[in-house]
Design a protein around this ligand. Structure first.
Ligand SMILES: [Zn+2]
Length: 474
């Protein structure tokens, strides 16, 4: 039996995941119920303690916070055997990719901070993921899943030869999944568009991934609306394949490995003693939701004094999350305006976010968040136009983990930033020049959010802000 502290619970309907098998999707989800079923770790953190160690591998350093570790220990596995399992996997990753998982650099970038007009007591801190496995943060997600699969295999609860992994796309997530799957000896099926970049196709093949090209058929030739890759992926998952992405709405475990990035931030903040005022995090896949959930958990167990304001960054090309946030916030403001003390509703975005933040624990806000969880289609709807952006990782037509991110913004006084394409271009140019990090446009999109907001007086030059350079230019 798994205790409540680590059990996965559906954030939409409250239904707990069954046993420790594989907390992927909510078992209570019914087609058309309009509930935002997303499995997330339960909110009981009473058994959690934030570890302090100098272990270089984040999966070892933060193991006591990982679900797979709790499953292993509760089933009688020794901690040293769990560590040996991770070591073995990490060495295999290193043999495939030339590097294993290590805590990535995080520090203030003085040239960048100066260029953007920050004072010495403020500035921009960069979490640099470009040197991580496969050149992006994405490897953390499949690694968390594969560790869990290895634990179940070691406990005799799952036949590893039956494991098949599945993912869509040809971006950083698929490339990282291919590395980790190869290292773990699990076959990976990638559902990919026929016009994917030849270099990405070659790299996926090099790692032994099985590619299924999914062409879009015209409607009059038997095709159906929607993304053909997503449809084939869904069919594979329904047939028993293990989804290794794209976010927590497909697989609650995808968040697990991604949390290590957030834990690293918490560690750095504790070590330096510096506060962090704002975190700009680009929205694509599970990055933002994994980070905010890790920070929130750390705050809850006392490892983080105060959450920074969370700013989810999207592109003008597609901003389904910012649109959903606007709808939730509009409802909250209407209800606050109708309250007996009738606060004056500010027009400024930061002041609006602050007003909601001050009321975050109120029944009004809690009720509205619960309403959003039970009326998904009123808030999160697929982006209609085909999204295009120079930041290719930001063009999801829907944000799977949207409500977790909206909740985090409301609870921290943050709000979404929708960045124009010229700003995304400029952010990338400045990022590469000022830091010498060869980050790609998706990776520097958080800095685009900084550029956009710095124009406003509400973001002052003595504030400390962090961005995540999530992936390398290819
Ligand atoms: Zn549910």
């Amino acid at each position: 039996m798994i205790d409540a502290a680590s059990q996965f619970v559906c954030a939409g309907c409250g239904c707990p995941a069954e046993g420790d098998a594989l907390p992927f999707r909510c078992a209570a989800a019914k087609p058309g119920d309009d509930i935002d079923h997303v499995l997330a770790r339960g909110s009981d953190t009473s058994r959690l303690q934030f570890p302090r160690s100098d272990e270089e591998n984040p999966f070892l350093r933060y193991r006591s916070l990982l679900y797979s570790h709790r499953v292993a220990i509760d089933a009688g596995m020794r901690d040293e055997d769990y560590c040996a399992l991770i070591d073995r996997l990490d060495r295999a990753v290193s043999a495939v990719d030339g590097r294993g998982f290590r805590v990535t650099p995080y520090r203030r970038r003085s040239t960048l901070s100066d260029d953007l007009g920050f004072r010495a007591d403020g500035g921009i801190w960069v979490k640099d993921e470009t040197g991580s496995v496969s050149g992006s943060h994405e490897g953390r997600h499949p690694m968390g899943i594969v560790i869990h699969l290895e634990v179940l295999a070691a406990l005799g609860r799952r036949d590893p030869s039956a494991d098949r992994l599945a993912i869509t796309g040809s971006g950083n997530a698929a490339l990282a999944a291919a590395v980790v799957a190869r290292a773990a000896g699990r076959p990976l099926e990638v559902f990919i568009a026929p016009d994917a970049a030849p270099a990405a196709i070659a790299r996926l093949r090099e790692f032994g991934a099985h590619l299924t090209f999914c062409a879009r058929l015209p409607l009059d030739k038997g095709g159906s609306p929607g993304d053909p890759c997503a449809q084939r992926f869904r069919a594979a998952v329904d047939g028993g394949a293990i989804p290794v992405a794209p976010d927590g709405s497909e697989n609650g475990l995808a968040i697990e490995g991604g949390r290590t990035l957030g834990y690293e931030l918490v560690d750095e903040l504790a070590r330096s003693g510096a506060r962090l005022d704002r975190l700009f995090v680009q929205v694509g896949g599970a990055l933002a939701s994994a980070c905010v959930q890790a920070l929130a958990e750390a705050e809850k167990v006392g490892a983080l004094a105060r959450m920074p304001r969370i700013h989810a960054v999207q592109t003008r090309g597609a901003w389904p999350l910012a649109r959903a946030y606007d709808k939730v916030v509009r409802r909250i403001l209407q209800r606050l305006a109708g309250a007996p003390d009738r606060p004056t509703l500010p027009s400024d975005e930061q002041m609006r976010a602050d007003l909601i933040h001050r009321n975050a624990g109120s029944p009004t806000v809690q009720w509205e968040l619960a309403y959003a969880a039970h009326h998904r289609s009123e808030f999160m709807t697929p982006w209609q136009d085909e999204p295009k952006s120079v930041a290719e990782g930001l063009v999801d037509v829907e944000t799977g983990d949207w409500l977790a991110i909206v909740r985090a913004m409301i609870q921290t006084g943050g709000y979404p930033v929708v960045v124009s394409e010229p700003y995304l271009e400029e952010a990338n140019r400045i990022a590469r020049q000022a830091t010498r990090i060869d980050v790609d446009h998706t990776g520097s999109a958080g800095l685009g959010g900084v550029l956009s907001l710095r124009r406003m007086a509400s973001f002052s030059s003595d504030e400390k802000a962090a961005v995540i350079f999530s992936g390398i230019r290819r």
